[in-house]
Design a protein around this ligand. Structure first.
Ligand code: FAD
Ligand code: NAP
Length: 321
């Protein structure tokens, strides 16, 4: 049965940005509704140790996100298990359609839909997705006990995935397209010290090679970026860790964007190009993309929304006088 729910503030997304916005908006008595999406807790639910969340020298990503959810609930936020498939920002109140059949109408919206893993875009990668090709070592690493695996990428995610996979794999090969990593130095030190990890520099992966019956990966073909020489690296698992793209599908034709799909916000604020619509976290941030910066932006979005709603209410009172 379809239902319509109205809220003063709709928060879309349940990562650090969304939950922090929910905490602040609840304390401002806005009675926000937060729609969690298909990944309740966001990206940190697919990692293990988080070592840079202030106050916790080490905390498991999924545990941290459960704590954030509980915090938002305790403050009074309505946390809804639903996924927004359509969002209409062309008129007020704004309208969002959920997969459950619920329509949400809202006076203001905080967009906190975060980012999703990027893929190489190879036909062979697509063919073996779920059959040896993965973008989540935490989810799939266990399947490769005693096997060889390859990770591609040179950022924090790739290094973290490679280190995590040494818990299961007999050998981990990290393939990177340049001759230096962009991961934090502390992570690089751990990587270089690990005897199970080999790094292949200056190579890109052109093809995933495998069998069809049963479907499975046997190797990847890596090409030297200068000489073009091909090296076949045997592996049963191929982990793609080449970064993330903002989840801006819902709004890409409605809001001003920047730098490859990130939502533009007025500098120093979370205000988007549509009044009453605010954006926070990885959806808008192509520079920092951290849990703590996302949480900070979630706070800003709730405060910006609260002020904007108050201004609207004051304007309505004045108009009625
Ligand atoms: P996300 O965490 O991406 O959450 C987005 C949310 O939006 C999800 O809940 C999703 O379900 C929801 N959503 C998306 N589309 C819809 C829709 N249509 N309808 C409803 N909901 C929707 N950062 C650190 O600071 N420290 C770390 O140690 C660290 N480790 C990481 C490890 C990995 C493997 C990865 C991938 C990232 C890591 N990061 C780390 C980065 C950190 O996870 C992100 O910066 C942070 O999660 C971004 O938060 P966010 O709230 O913007 O969005
Ligand atoms: P990232 O920092 O953007 O790194 C992506 C890596 O993939 C880069 O090394 C890039 O190469 C490489 N790459 C991109 N496209 C490629 C392609 N088509 N083929 C081959 N290689 C490609 O992404 P990330 O590692 O996912 O990190 C995202 C954000 O989350 C970052 O801000 C990061 O700090 C944060 N994060 C933090 C932690 C932590 O704090 N422990 C853990 C994970 C993630 P180049 O270097 O040549 O560009």
């Amino acid at each position: 049965m379809s239902t319509t729910r109205h809220t003063r503030l709709l928060i879309i997304g349940s990562g650090p940005a969304g939950y922090t916005a929910a905490v602040y908006a609840s304390r401002a008595m806005l009675e926000p509704i937060l729609v969690q999406g298909i990944q309740p807790g966001g990206q940190l639910t697919i990692t293990t140790d988080v070592e840079n969340w202030p106050g916790d020298a080490s905390v498991m990503g999924p545990d941290l996100m459960v704590r954030m959810e509980n915090h938002a609930r305790e403050m009074g936020a309505g946390i809804i298990s639903d996924h927004i498939s359509d969002l209409d920002l062309s008129q007020r109140p704004f309208r969002a359609s959920g997969d459950t059949g619920t329509t949400y109408t809202a006076d203001a919206v905080v967009l906190a839909t975060g980012a999703q893993a990027r893929w190489l875009g190879l036909p062979s990668e697509e063919h073996f997705k779920g059959f040896g090709v993965s973008a989540c070592a935490t989810c799939d690493g266990f399947f490769y006990r005693g096997q060889q695996v390859v990770v591609i990428g040179g950022g924090n995610t790739a290094v973290e995935e490679a280190l995590f996979l040494t818990n299961f794999a007999s050998k981990v090969t990290l393939i990177h397209r340049r001759d230096s990593l962009r991961a934090e130095k502390i992570m690089q030190d751990r990587l270089f010290k690990n005897p199970k990890i080999e790094v292949i520099w200056n190579h890109e992966v052109d093809e995933v090679v495998g069998t069809d019956a049963p479907r499975g990966v046997e190797a990847v073909k890596a090409r030297h970026v200068e000489t073009g020489a091909i090296t076949e690296v045997p592996c049963k698992g191929f982990f793609v860790a080449i970064g993330h793209a903002p989840a801006s599908d819902l709004i890409k034709d409605q809001l001003k964007l920047h730098s490859g799909g990130y939502v533009w916000v007025e500098p120093g604020t979370t205000r988007t190009s549509i009044p009453g619509v605010f954006a926070a976290g990885d959806l808008t941030d192509h520079t920092y993309r951290q849990a703590v910066t996302s949480a900070g932006m979630g706070c800003m979005a709730a405060l910006d929304a609260e002020r904007w709603l108050a201004e609207q209410a004051a304007g309505e009172v004045k108009a009625a006088e």
